[in-house]
Design a protein around this ligand. Structure first.
Ligand SMILES: Cc1cc2nc3c(=O)[nH]c(=O)nc-3n(C[C@H](O)[C@H](O)[C@H](O)COP(=O)(O)OP(=O)(O)OC[C@H]3O[C@@H](n4cnc5c(N)ncnc54)[C@H](O)[C@@H]3O)c2cc1C
Length: 383
């Protein structure tokens, strides 16, 4: 077992990026006998900042922000229930509590027009194979009797859920290290180049030669792809998060809004995690994700507007992190003309997709047929 900042001079596979995708992938390869190093600069990871929502239904926020991407969201929809099943299997394999709960997700409507938007979305998602149904206010009250009077109903997706990322990340890292993964922390990859029989990787702690390389660097992936003259249009999206003090069990579902930016879920210990894509800022020379006061006030006001009992809770922490967006689809698998190079970037709701993305890329690298075809999701589509 190796854990530290020294980089190996030579190794079979280097994975750049130690977020949920990179660490799961490293574990999956190492347990099959491959020697793997994960090189991560420990900055800006969505994995350490995210809300732990396991998303399945189409998110109205993304549909509103990126209407041109709706066909891509629909095309990748089948990945999401599959991804939740992967989380369930992973939780079983980890053998420690990561507070995974598939208790369903509610997307609430506050007007007749929003309810009709959800009804239309619900019909479409059913056609695409999701387990979703509409709940009018009376039906909603039977499963979640805590919403403000303004809420008229909700779409329920029973395969949605939540996980505690703080527990999950540590448990996965422990399993990866136990399988022999070399985890080079606080180590930045500067340049990448093709050399005879593999790749030369220049890092802030020295050079590595590797037979294969995987770019799983979230929003940093585009700059690394450019080292090979490839275009992968990753965008860094800094986002805001809050968590309240603990309270009695109240919110069993993951909660979202049909038309406004809010997600809420309650951890087993009682704290309510409030997110939903409110913007943060990249500040200073190192572009540190930094909280914006408007987002703090806006997200908390909206949370108590939707669930009034949240208004009595004290905020205990607020933070910002960087989400990665590309074109609504994952970027996974090999690259034409560059044998040994692979990408592993999940699509939207990338924490949900993390273990599945890693499995699909691992199986490709292990010479197996991935359980879902990934041919349409390689970086070749941009190049
Ligand atoms: C506030 C917030 C809330 C979110 N909530 C949810 C949610 O509820 N549910 C959900 O499904 N998703 C959520 N997401 C999205 C999710 O967190 C990300 O999509 C997911 O974590 C991406 O994982 P990843 O492994 O691909 O990348 P990341 O976790 O971003 O990891 C990439 C790693 O690569 C490293 N790196 C980059 N460039 C280099 C380099 N040159 N050298 C070395 N290392 C490098 C970075 O430092 C980072 O550690 C949220 C995101 C944010 C920011």
């Amino acid at each position: 077992m190796t854990d530290g900042r020294r980089v190996p001079a030579e190794i079979g596979t280097v994975i750049v990026g130690g977020g949920i995708v990179g660490m799961c992938l490293a574990w999956f390869l190492a347990e099959e006998g491959h020697d793997v190093a994960v090189v991560d600069d420990g900055r800006h990871a969505g994995t350490i900042a995210n809300a732990g929502g396991l998303h399945v239904q189409l998110q109205s926020r993304f549909m509103r922000l990126y209407p041109e991407m709706v066909p891509a969201f629909e095309e990748t929809l089948p990945f999401y229930p599959r991804a939740v099943r992967h989380w369930q299997a992973l939780a079983g394999r980890l053998g420690e509590d990561i507070e995974l709960a598939v208790t369903g997700g509610l997307m609430v409507a506050e007007s007749r027009e929003q309810y009709e938007f959800l009804e239309k979305k619900c019909r479409r998602e059913r056609q695409l194979g999701l387990e979703v149904e509409m709940l009018d206010r009376a039906a909603l009250d039977r499963v979640a009797p805590y919403f403000a009077p303004s809420i008229v109903g909700a779409e329920l997706c029973i395969t949605e859920g939540k996980v505690n990322p703080l527990l999950a990340n540590q448990a996965i890292r422990r399993r990866a290290l136990a399988a022999g993964v070399v985890h080079c922390t606080e180590t930045r990859v500067g340049s990448l180049a093709r050399v005879a029989n593999g790749f030369a990787i220049e890092t802030s702690r020295g050079s590595i030669r590797a037979g294969r390389i995987v770019i799983a660097a979230g929003a940093g992936s585009g700059a690394l792809a450019a080292e090979f003259g490839l275009i992968v249009p990753t965008r860094a999206e800094p986002l805001h998060m809050n968590i309240t003090e603990a309270t009695e069990p109240l919110i069993h579902h993951m909660v979202q809004h049909a038309d406004r930016q809010i997600t809420m879920k309650q951890l087993s210990a009682g704290m309510v995690v409030i997110g939903g894509g409110w913007p943060a800022t990249l500040a200073g020379a190192d572009e540190h994700p930094t909280v914006e006061l408007d987002s703090l006030i806006g997200s908390l006001s909206l949370a108590q507007h939707v669930i009034p009992r949240i208004g009595a809770l004290r905020l205990i922490r607020t933070w910002a992190g960087v989400n990665t967006s590309v074109d609504g689809r994952p970027v996974v698998g090999p690259v034409r003309g560059l044998p040994g190079l692979f990408f592993a970037i999940p699509g939207d709701a990338g924490y949900t997709l993390g273990p599945l993305t890693a499995r699909l890329v691992a199986d490709t690298m292990l010479g197996r047929t991935p359980e879902a075809p990934i041919g349409g999701y390689t970086a070749d589509r941009f190049n």
